[in-house]
Structures are given as structure tokens and as C-alpha cells.
Ligand binder design. Structure first.
Ligand code: NM2
Ligand code: OGA
Ligand code: ZN
Length: 389
């Protein structure tokens, strides 16, 4: 059975002769969808809960020989009739177009997802910066700030209270604290017997935090309570931009660091021995750049690179560090009491200059997770689109 398109829109659909896929045409764009994919992605109330949208069935509930018997457009709706179970499902044409998979370009190794902008020191003039009170009371301000953090991998907040644990109010804006052996929060200031070099006045080379943890915390907040010491300025570096530059200079450097695991370890306190085996440059199976891990203080002995490849690994590791240390890559700022910054710890490295002498420096830090931040941004964006529509 074939049906005739009765739609008024610029869309038309045709099942293939064997019924194994549907061709949807919109102007010059041709998008094919397999019968099994369409059936699996049905949104009718037998397939998905009307209450929470979760799928009620498993793939085993869908016949393996599912085919499309007929299909028809009606306005923005696409009706599809499936064999052998005589099921009819209606899709939104917009949803199908938004989820088309037919014309995916092959992505180069090290691609980054749309909406991410790589940066260097020239970003200084447009650092994602918001006011604590504004993001606390205005969803527009919060959405813009979170969108900036998603685009650049970090953001600053000014005008917050100069009071202990105010950093939790920052995390409350989008998610939840991730507690670790360092506590729900930690005080970053000079200590007498520090269990971590962060608790000294030493300068810290740009790094990602806790690469020895798996999974790594994906957000870090550092909130300033005191900042009268000499020195102690902060820097941030876009690790994705570093990886991209390394790749441009020599693809073999990029490949050796992304195709071998490094090792990281922390055992600075008697009751902890954290270890992780992960690459410094992490890619998804399709080559997407997904994470950077870089921390000179916590790098353990590399044992997952063969003898013949080790010199290349060290050459690449050294060059990566040089690019990270290049002032042309860094955005520098000094936190004042009541100011904080937040980094995507899978992408942006942070550093501090050494500090000493007169005055004091006290930051409070904590970890949180990026999936919650992304979720909050998606919800706020959807709400805004609804208001505009
Ligand atoms: N502190 C500040 O990843 C690191 O070891 C950096 C982390 C101790 C929670 C310091
Ligand atoms: C840290 C850290 C930076 C600072 O605590 O992880 O990098 O500014 N601190 O003290
Ligand atoms: Zn750190």
C-alpha cells in the first residue's frame, strides 16, 4: 500500500520499495531513516511513558523484520505504518529533520562540538563574567552566564558575599557538590604540614584538578575570601586550544598523547591512594576531543607506552607543557574577596602564581558536575524558547 502526500509543507516522504527505510525530502535535502530506527524512536504512549517520557519497551519487543508499509505527510506530521505488527506512529517532521543522521560529515580527529569556542589570551576582554546577585535572581542572567561557561569552559562571578561557604550558593545555582577525600569543600591557604601542594604558597603550573580520580570532577569552583598577599594571581588556559595547537604543529604528538594512557596518582595522606589510567588528551571513538588531563604534581610513572614510542611521548608531553605555559594562551586575573571562578575541569586548566610575605590569601574550593550545569542550561534555554514562541 502506498499513500499520497497530502501535506502543505515543503516536506515529502517515500518508503523504499522493500520498506526497510523512509526517504524524507525537504527542499534539496534528502534524509533516510531506517524502519527499525523509526520504530525504536516512536513517541506513542505504548512506546514511551506519557508521564516521564521514558521508553517502556526494549528492542526485543520490536520485530526484527520491521518494515515500513506506508507513509504519509500531513502538515508537520509524518504518519508511518509499520509491518508486521500493523502499528501506526506519527512523528513531527521537525523532530525527524532535527535528528537526521543520513548526511553526517566525517569529522577529523580532535573535532570539538558546535557551540564551543577555542580561545587564547585575546579572550581577556570578554571573559564570561556575571554578578552574584543578578544570577541569583534573574534566570536570564543565569542562562547567559552558564551559556558563556559552556562556550569557553570557564566563567567568573563577582559581587558575592565575603562569607565562608558562600561557594555552595554558587553550586546551588546549577547543581550539586561532589564530595571527595578533600571534603565537601576545601580551604586553599598556606598550611603547616600540607597534604597537597595546593595548600602552600607555591606557584602551581596550569593543571586540571584530580586527574588521579576516575571519574574526574568535571567542575571546580574556587571562591576568594581573602586576597591581601603579594602574588597569587590566577590564570586559565583552554586545554582544547592547546591540544589543537599541538596537533597543528605535529599530528604525531597529538596522536601519541591521545592513543596512550598516562597514569596519575595521589597518596599525600595516609588514608588515600587514588590512581587513574587515562590519556592526557581524551577522544571519543569518533575523534571528538572530550577531555584534557594535565597535572605535573600528580603524574605517575608512564608504563603504557612501549620502549620505542617513549621518546615521542616525552617529546609531545614536553611540547604540550610549553604550549600551556605560553603567556599567549592564558587569561590572567586576580580574585578579590567575594569573587570566584568556575572551570570545566575536563577542558580548561587553571594556575596560580606563587604568593608569600605580608597579607593573607584564602580561597575555598569545591567540585561539582558539568552534566548538571548543562542540564540547567538546557532547561533555562527551553523555557526561554517557550516564552518567545
Ligand atoms: N585540592 C585543592 O588536583 C589536585 O591535587 C589539586 C586539589 C587539594 C583539593 C589540588
Ligand atoms: C587548587 C588550585 C589555585 C589557587 O586548589 O586546585 O589550583 O588559586 N588552586 O590557589
Ligand atoms: Zn587546582
Amino acid at each position: 500500500m502506498r499513500m499520497i502526500n497530502t501535506n502543505q509543507s515543503d516536506i515529502n516522504v517515500t518508503p523504499s520499495s522493500c520498506g526497510s527505510y523512509l526517504t524524507l525530502r525537504q527542499k534539496d535535502r534528502v534524509m533516510r531513516f531506517h524502519a527499525i530506527w523509526l520504530r525504536d524512536n516512536a513517541w506513542d504512549c505504548e512506546t514511551r511513558s506519557a508521564v516521564n517520557g521514558q521508553r517502556l519497551i526494549t528492542l526485543a519487543d520490536i520485530p526484527q523484520d520491521t518494515t515500513i508499509a506506508a507513509a504519509q505527510c500531513e502538515g508537520n506530521s509524518v504518519h508511518v505504518y509499520f509491518s508486521p505488527d500493523n502499528k501506526s506512529v506519527t512523528y513531527s517532521a521537525d523532530w525527524l529533520v532535527a535528528h537526521a543522521y543520513d548526511d553526517r560529515p566525517d569529522m577529523p580527529f580532535g573535532w570539538t562540538r558546535p557551540g564551543i569556542d577555542l580561545w587564547n589570551s585575546s579572550l581577556s576582554a570578554q571573559v564570561p563574567l556575571a554578578d552574584f546577585t543578578e544570577v541569583s535572581v534573574s534566570e536570564d542572567a543565569l542562562r547567559n552566564w552558564l551559556a558563556g561557561i559552556t562556550r569557553y569552559g570557564f566563567g567568573k562571578l563577582a559581587g558575592g558575599p565575603v562569607e565562608e561557604l558562600a561557594l555552595f550558593k554558587v553550586v546551588d545555582l546549577f547543581g550539586h557538590v561532589r564530595e571527595t577525600n578533600y571534603g565537601r569543600h576545601f580551604d586553599v591557604r598556606t598550611e603547616v604540614n600540607p597534604n597537597n601542594l595546593a595548600y602552600t604558597g607555591m606557584g602551581l603550573q596550569a593543571h586540571t584538578d584530580n586527574p588521579y580520580r576516575d571519574p574526574v570532577p568535571t567542575i571546580q569552583v574556587l571562591y576568594c575570601l581573602e586576597s591581601s598577599a603579594d602574588g597569587g594571581d590566577n590564570m586559565v588556559v583552554d586545554g582544547f586550544a592547546v591540544a589543537r595547537q599541538l596537533q597543528a604543529e605535529n599530528p604525531e604528538w597529538f596522536n601519541v598523547l591521545s592513543s596512550h594512557c598516562a597514569r596519575f596518582e595521589y597518596s599525600g595522606a595516609n588514608d588515600v591512594k587514588l590512581q587513574a589510567r587515562r590519556p592526557m588528551i581524551e577522544l571519543a571513538p569518533d575523534g571528538e576531543l572530550t577531555a584534557i588531563r594535565f597535572n605535573n604534581r600528580s603524574a605517575a610513572a608512564t608504563t603504557d607506552v612501549g620502549f620505542d614510542t617513549m621518546p615521542l611521548f616525552y617529546e609531545a608531553y614536553r611540547r604540550m607543557g610549553e604550549i600551556i605555559d605560553d603567556p599567549a594562551m592564558e587569561v590572567t586575573f586576580r580574585l578579590e574577596p567575594g569573587e570566584c571562578f568556575l572551570v570545566d575541569n575536563t577542558r580548561v586548566l587553571h594556575a596560580r602564581k606563587g604568593f608569600s610575605g605580608n597579607g593573607s590569601r584564602w580561597l575555598q574550593g569545591c567540585y561539582a558536575d558539568k552534566d548538571a550545569l548543562q542540564s540547567k542550561l538546557s532547561v533555562l534555554t527551553a523555557q526561554q524558547l517557550e516564552t518567545v514562541a
